[in-house]
Write a protein that binds this ligand. Structure first.
Ligand code: SF4
Ligand code: SF4
Ligand code: SF4
Length: 525
């Protein structure tokens, strides 16, 4: 049996085994996109390349049989760059949006398309959980947010943006007026205390997410009531105080404590706060003269904090919202609070403070005129719906009808897609190798499965699975060169090509090219 070494570790494998098999035996992870265990290696994606010491160039681990005495390197700068370039080539002609344009336009990156689908399905309890996963004060923002998400909503390219902000308000209002408004689960207490200075949008959001992670949060504010600029800066005609108070009450219900009418720097020094708490989040809003100094910063400057981690130069002290940079929109302050909470949690649990996870997002940008009908096909043709009456709030039927206008721009497999995962891991960029974008196409004739050729990486896995399943028509490659794509032979439909193997193909497809129409996960995910 051949013995080889990978990264200095020796392993014995069966004759005929590949480098990938040997790496697996050693527990060394080598990324693969076009290879499916137990199937023929097509070596088309070149993401699994490794180096054979003494040989020129790199070889694909999935298709290279081991030879006795081989020495392999699987982890060095050259390999990293080659894998990254292979991913960037795959991405150069990739046509799809991992997240909807609306989600990317929302400063809090709320999963808007998911909320909308939940409204359509009548799943309002699920919808409020989706909303509050990113936005701590949705009933408040549903009234005052200028809705930057709507500025980039794809539907606007056809007639008018989906009324996202009012849909969010609808979900939040229905929840708040229910007998038991939504309360997320909190992790077990972690025996760490966080002082949050300022009960405005950034501070409230920070407390909401930190408390959920098991940290004991105390919000300190100089005013007699919580809310900051939401209570003392926004006219009550725009934002009724009872709505604000109701959402703050949910945060209190989580266990967050409020110490109001206390000005840090006067009633209690910043030094004392730092002594009593394990971390501090400064969310004091726009600084007034003398504030910076009282909080322990250079009196001539604003509070300085890192743009990604919100860490100030003082250990354990983080800052966000208007205290650091002017946030014209309350949603931006709410997003700061959520993101700072990530960093504070990392700090308190002894992890490297890197801030929120940065997700890769493929974007296809503006649609060509010919592409719009593909998106419009499953959506309602109705014009943007205005709430009936003076209350500016949707009824359940209006909300559903408006939600049906959404074009479902997001991908159906954003969490199961290997291309996205590896693009994140290798820092791959979509536009390194420029090429003209192919048109966006969907094949929707199958009752459950959708095929989007622009997301196909031509791995051939589905072709092999269909063949093995004995599908009469099955799948094949059509076209030439860069235009080669998987298709059903003789111009058959997907339903004709995949009578038995559709679900297996969805599970094995490494991208969102083959997915369930309703976005459900396959059993293999
Ligand atoms: S297939 Fe993957 S990379 Fe492409 S849009 Fe979907 S999740 Fe993003
Ligand atoms: S149409 Fe729907 S998914 Fe697309 S950008 Fe607008 S709200 Fe988002
Ligand atoms: S559709 Fe088929 S060939 Fe294309 S990426 Fe998915 S499994 Fe591979």
């Amino acid at each position: 049996m051949p013995r080889i070494t990978i990264d200095g570790h020796e392993v014995e494998v069966d004759a005929g085994a590949t480098i990938l098999d040997a790496a697996e035996k050693l527990g060394i992870e080598i990324p693969t996109m076009c290879y499916l265990r137990g199937h023929e290696a097509t070596t088309s994606c070149m993401v699994c390349v490794v180096k054979v010491v003494g040989a020129n160039g790199l070889v694909p681990a999935c298709g290279t049989p081991v030879r006795d005495g081989m020495q392999i390197e699987s982890d060095c700068g050259e390999i990293f760059e080659a894998r990254k370039a292979a991913l960037e080539l795959l991405l150069s002609d990739h046509v799809g949006d991992c997240m909807g344009p609306c989600t990317m336009g929302c400063p809090a990156h709320m999963d808007i398309p998911l909320m909308i689908r939940q409204i359509v399905a009548g799943q309002l309890p699920e919808a409020i959980a989706t909303v509050k996963g990113d936005i701590a004060l949705p009933a408040v923002l549903g009234r005052i947010c200028p809705a930057p998400c709507e500025n980039v909503c794809r539907r606007a390219q056809h007639d008018a943006a989906v009324s996202i902000c009012l849909l969010k308000r609808h979900v939040a209002d229905v929840d708040l007026s229910s007998d038991e408004p939504y309360l997320p689960a909190c992790a077990a207490p972690k025996d760490k205390r966080v002082a949050i200075i300022g009960a405005g949008p950034a501070g409230l959001a920070g407390a909401y997410y930190l408390q959920q992670e098991g940290f004991e949060c105390v919000v300190v504010d100089e005013h007699e009531e919580a809310g900051g600029m939401l209570r003392y800066g926004v006219p009550e005609s725009e934002l009724p105080h009872d709505i604000l108070s109701a959402e703050i009450a949910r945060i209190e219900k989580l266990g967050v404590r409020f110490r109001l009418g206390i000005r840090v720097g006067q009633a209690i020094s910043m030094e004392e706060v730092r002594k009593q708490f394990d971390a501090v989040f400064l969310a004091v809003g726009e600084l007034k003269e003398g504030d910076a100094e009282m909080l322990g910063f250079d009196p001539s400057e604003k509070i300085k904090a890192d743009g990604t981690t919100y860490a100030t130069g003082i250990s354990g002290v983080f800052a966000g919202g208007d205290a650091v940079r002017r946030r014209r929109m309350a949603v931006r302050a709410v997003a700061d609070g959520k993101e700072a909470a990530r960093s504070i949690a990392q700090y308190l649990t002894g992890h490297e403070v890197v801030g929120p996870e940065k997700r890769f997002n493929s974007r296809m940008g503006k649609l060509a005129e010919s592409e719009m009908p593909v998106f419009l096909e499953p959506a309602s043709a109705e014009a943007r719906i205005k709430p009936f009456g003076i209350a500016s709030t949707f009824s359940i039927d209006e909300a559903k009808a408006e939600a049906l206008r959404c074009l479902r721009c997001d991908c159906r497999k954003p969490e199961a897609c290997s291309l996205r995962r590896y693009a994140e891991q290798y820092g791959a960029r979509q536009n390194r190798y420029k090429s003209a974008r192919r048109p966006f196409v969907q094949r929707t004739q199958h009752p459950h499965v959708i095929y989007e050729p622009g997301k196909c990486i031509d791995c051939g896995i589905c072709v092999q699975i269909a063949r093995e399943a004995g599908e009469g028509l099955g799948l094949t490659f059509v076209g030439r060169g860069f235009d080669v794509r998987v298709a059903v032979p003789f111009e058959g439909t997907l339903a004709e090509g995949l009578r038995e193997a559709a679900e297996r193909c969805v599970a094995a497809c490494p991208t969102g090219a083959l997915a369930f129409k309703d976005g459900r996960k396959s059993s293999a995910d």
